[in-house]
Design a protein around this ligand. Structure first.
Ligand code: GLN
Length: 495
């Protein structure tokens, strides 16, 4: 076995210092993490594909750059990509049987940018099929388990990316968030996660779920690392017309800005409906912010309760059109011996999509059909507008909004799988942010029953640097983000 050259829980800053002063090489670091993944990922199932050989050769190339004194902030930093970002020459499955045989012919902009910045990709992480889910139980590759307690889910849909950071497999990872899929697993795995403003990061090569909501973001051990990684992902991309036409952003610029005078809006509806342990942790976190100089202001987001129903009309509608491209003809799964073209379409889709995906395609097709469009889709869009207006009104009197990320800590595997509504309600505090297209961050604020939970900071458009700065200031005052799980061998295997 390879000797571990580092503790597996170092931040980017610590790794950077060790790489630059020669304590260990990029290659040694990569080997150490690959061996940790080999040792423990049978129990966690965070990875669908480990790209060990590619990681080794990329690491060697970064060692050469460091030796020449040409290292940038991300040179040699190991990471993992959610398996929804196309990666040239590597299987890109979106967690689905449909794409189990799909080798991406090109890399997503996010993958290409981070590669160019010198990151060493260790592999592709597990997720709910086509990013539909809140527990990572909808993957064709089996569920991901929470590193804090393997009887529990890691959250979803970017559960593999969150679990990989929490388990010490990599310091940072990428994810996508359509209704909460970065923030919710970040909360449940005790890591920091940020979904930037809709359009902040290019989605070219990111497999689409619901295009008016999808956005890429990151997981990290702390806000500073998240800021460094996310900065490198930003910037205009002529290949994605929804990508904001702005230069690469420096999202680290507010890390040292004190909390003094920042007005934090606290939505009255949110705190009153939480269970006591969650409300207590949130209140303590808010007091900590106040002690740092922030001002708490009561606000109201009255339409929040309609967000989940509106989302579950809009997202399935968009998914039903996006997923129509998987027809068994051009790429992905094709059924055996089709009788005719109709049989080819029907059986390829029936055999390769999982139950949750099928349910959403059916719902989406229904709500978009003649006669139902006005009753469902148009109504949902009207609610979306109201939710957007709630935020606009709130931001008249505050700079940032604080909220829970999820109603509570991670739950047990299978606990909610047969109750769609209970599962969908996990995203009640994250979905409004996607409907409005705003940036949202989740950071650890404590534990309930030895499982981590997070608080969400919601910002104004393009105000990611402020969210990251506030989280960093909070993390200077608290040490919840430093807590790490002890991995235990459970002998569980995954299908
Ligand atoms: N849990 C939500 C859903 O299943 C959100 C998923 C996501 O953000 N990708 O749709």
């Amino acid at each position: 076995m390879v000797a571990h050259v580092t503790t597996p829980f170092q931040s980017i800053a610590e790794i950077r210092a060790n790489l630059d002063d020669g304590t260990y090489s990029c290659r040694e670091l990569a080997e150490s993490l690959i061996s940790r993944i080999e040792e423990h990922d049978n129990d966690i199932n965070a990875f669908i594909t480990v790209t060990a050989d590619d990681a080794r050769s990329t690491a060697d190339a970064q060692d050469v750059l460091i030796a020449k004194g040409q290292a940038g902030p991300l040179t040699g930093i190991p990471l993992a990509h959610k398996d929804i970002f196309c990666t040239e020459g590597v299987k890109t499955s979106a967690g689905s049987k449909m794409l189990d045989n799909f080798i991406a012919p090109y890399s997503a902009t996010v993958v290409a940018k981070l590669k160019a910045a010198g990151c060493v990709t260790l592999g592709k992480t597990n997720l709910d099929e086509f990013a539909m889910g809140s527990s990572n139980e909808n993957s064709y590759y089996g569920p991901v388990r929470n590193p804090w307690q393997t009887s529990h889910v890691p959250g979803g849909s970017s559960g593999g990316s969150a679990a990989a950071v929490a388990a010490g497999f990599c310091p940072v990872s990428t994810g996508t968030d359509t209704g909460g899929s970065i923030r919710q697993p970040a909360s449940m795995c005790g890591v920091t996660g940020i979904k930037p403003t809709y359009g902040r990061v290019s989605r070219w090569g990111m497999i689409a779920f619901a295009s008016s909501l999808d956005q890429a973001g990151v997981f990290a051990r702390n806000a500073e690392d998240a800021a460094i990684l996310l900065s490198a992902m930003t910037g205009a991309d002529p290949r994605d017309s929804t990508c904001i036409d702005a230069p690469i952003a420096d999202l680290t610029q507010e890390l040292s800005t004190p909390l003094t005078g920042i007005r934090i809006g606290v939505p009255e509806q949110y705190l009153s409906e939480l269970d006591a342990p969650m409300a207590d942790l949130l209140t303590s976190a808010l007091f900590e912010m106040e002690a740092g100089g922030a001002k708490l202001v009561d606000i109201s987001l009255p339409h929040t309760r309609y967000a989940v129903p509106a989302y579950y009309v809009i997202a399935p509608a968009e998914c039903s059109t996006n997923l129509s491209r998987y027809d068994g003809v051009r790429f992905g799964y094709r059924c055996e011996d089709p009788e005719d073209i109709e049989d080819l379409y029907k059986r390829s889709r029936s055999e390769a999509f999982g139950d949750e995906v099928k349910q959403r395609i059916l719902v989406g097709t229904f709500t978009l059909s003649t006669g139902y469009y006005d009753a469902y889709y148009r109504k949902a869009q009207q609610i979306r507008r109201l939710i957007h207006q709630d935020f606009v009104a709130a931001f008249n009197s505050v700079d940032v909004i604080a909220a829970p990320t999820c109603p509570g800590p991670a739950f047990r595997l299978l606990e909610k799988i047969s109750d769609s509504i209970a599962m969908y309600l996990q995203d009640i505090y994250t979905i409004p942010v996607n409907l409005a297209g705003l940036p949202g961050l989740s950071m650890p604020i404590g534990q309930i029953g030895e499982m981590p939970v997070g608080m969400q900071l919601i910002g104004q458009y393009l105000d990611e640097a402020r969210l990251l700065g506030m989280a960093h200031q909070f993390q200077q005052r608290t040490d919840w983000h430093l807590a790490t799980p002890t991995l235990q061998a459970t002998g569980v295997s995954h299908g």
